[in-house]
Design a protein around this ligand. Structure first.
Ligand code: FAD
Length: 433
């Protein structure tokens, strides 16, 4: 069958084995994959069989006094939230889409709108133990106390250290399942960054910037800040039900989302945001997963697909220089998402570190590889790094220059899988096997 990531590029012919019992299913498989929400080639097997985990989604244990949950790796965040929000618990990390599995969350060590806060961080912080099948066939538990190197390499290790079969994590208690949200419009980059800094006390922040706008309005955008609403603020609203979703039924022609059409879209989003500051109590899906509103929106980029470049840049000045480069290159599409990141997590290849994360969708064109190389050159010059879960085009040399931690990761990977039986297209591209 044809397999792709969310960006629909590249497309590979490969076998995906599906089933409810991951232990036998993963025997001999070269990679596990969840819902394929990583954008590029991270979830695509280099050769051999991949295991699709989505049918292995049972909840195995939950202790309401501690919030500790044990579940199979294919459980989706969407299902977890549907079950636990009304019961006063949430995943402590809620990324931009809920259509991801626990296994995919661990492998990418996902982050979200609360990463900048001391009580935030990546999902790895909340993982207690992982049950895994290794490349040599052994099934074992790993944690900070059991096979600790394996644990650190697996959190953020993009599926290359073994198949995650079960995940034990601690859920967070929430006062209500609704969100108090404020949004504010900023007219240019300097004011936007100032607004961002003032919002650091908020538990959740995220912003959207118009990267197509040049001149004085460059970097204009909308900042979102929020927190779980108190019981009083939620009032007599019932527990939120999953929102009804629409799907894009067809592929739009490649090239339809171009500079002209997207400029109109961006202008519209910015202009309809009146008054300048808005306050409301909103559904948690609207706040945490706004992109899930239109399922399969990735078809909007047509058959050639798209990629995302997400990097973290350590300094504010560096982030501004990077945004100017993005605007000058003219590669960006309508989505340019800005987030603040806090301290680096335990996962050896975990993406976030202190600084500003900038994520931008880029339609695949003939020049895309060269554009990504130019962006990466800037990331390296600024001392930043890219997020593997979004990457499709980065070269091995550039990745090695961004992340000295790779050597330690590869040493541990080889200890547990000397023949590199577990491989993805991404690992072959970046590490040679
Ligand atoms: C619209 C959108 C918004 C997003 N927003 C965010 C965000 O805010 N923050 C963020 O951090 N990420 C974000 N992402 C990225 C997404 O969270 C990650 O790519 C996540 O890994 C996808 O999960 P998945 O289950 O679809 O995994 P897949 O994409 O199928 O796989 C991702 C990686 O995980 C590995 N993997 C999956 N399951 C297992 C398993 N059981 N055992 C071992 N390895 C496994 C795969 O081999 C692969 O390397 C977003 C993606 C989309 C499409």
């Amino acid at each position: 069958m044809k397999l792709t990531g969310w960006g629909r590029h590249p497309v590979v012919e490969a076998e995906e084995r599906l089933g409810e019992d991951l232990a036998p299913l993963t025997d001999g498989a070269v990679l596990s994959r969840g819902l394929g929400r990583s954008y590029g080639d991270a979830s695509l097997p280099a050769d051999g069989v991949a295991v699709g985990t989505v049918n292995a989604d049972r909840i195995l244990d939950f202790d309401s006094s501690t919030g500790v949950l044990r579940a199979e790796a294919g459980l989706t965040l969407h299902e977890l939230s549907r079950l636990f929000w009304p019961r006063g618990f949430s995943s402590p990390v809620l990324p931009g889409t809920a259509y991801i599995t626990l296994g995919g969350m661990v492998a990418a060590d996902v982050h979200a709108k609360n990463h900048h806060r001391p009580e935030g961080g990546t999902i790895g912080r909340y993982i207690r133990r992982l049950k895994m099948r290794l490349a040599d066939g052994r099934v074992l538990w790993t944690s900070r106390a059991e096979e600790p190197d394996l644990f650190r390499a697996t959190v953020g290790g993009m599926g290359l250290t073994g198949h995650v079969l079960e995940v034990e994590l601690t859920l967070q208690r929430i006062p209500s399942a609704w969100v108090y949200q404020e949004t504010e419009r900023f007219a240019d980059l300097d004011r936007y960054i100032e607004g961002f800094e003032k919002a650091l006390e908020w538990p959740f922040t995220m912003g959207w910037i118009d990267c197509l706008k040049r001149g004085r309005s460059m970097g204009r955008g909308i900042l979102y800040r929020g927190r779980w609403a108190s019981v009083e603020e939620a009032g007599n609203r019932p527990a939120p039900k999953p929102l009804r979703r629409k799907s894009l039924p067809i592929d739009l022609p490649s090239g339809l989302l171009n500079r002209q059409t997207l400029s109109v879209f961006n202008f519209g989003i910015y202009r309809i945001h009146v008054p300048k500051v808005k306050r409301s109590i909103v559904h948690p899906e609207t706040f945490f997963h706004p992109l899930d509103k239109l399922l399969s929106w990735n078809r909007g980029y047509g058959r050639r697909g798209f990629t995302q470049h997400q990097s973290v840049i350590p300094t504010r000045e560096g982030a501004k220089r990077f945004l100017r480069l993005l605007t000058d290159l003219g590669v960006a599409s309508f989505l340019c998402v800005i987030k603040d990141c806090g301290e680096e997590g335990e996962g050896i290849l975990s993406f976030p570190k202190s600084g500003t994360s900038i994520a931008v969708d880029i339609p695949v064109r003939d020049r895309t590889r060269a554009d990504i190389a130019r962006l990466n050159e800037q990331v390296i010059a600024e001392g930043g790094r890219i997020y593997l879960a979004k990457d499709t085009f980065t070269s091995a040399e550039d990745y090695a220059a961004m992340d000295p931690r790779v050597e330690e990761f590869l040493r541990i990977r080889r200890r547990y899988d000397p023949d590199c039986k577990l491989r993805s297209l991404q690992s072959v591209r970046l590490f040679g096997d």
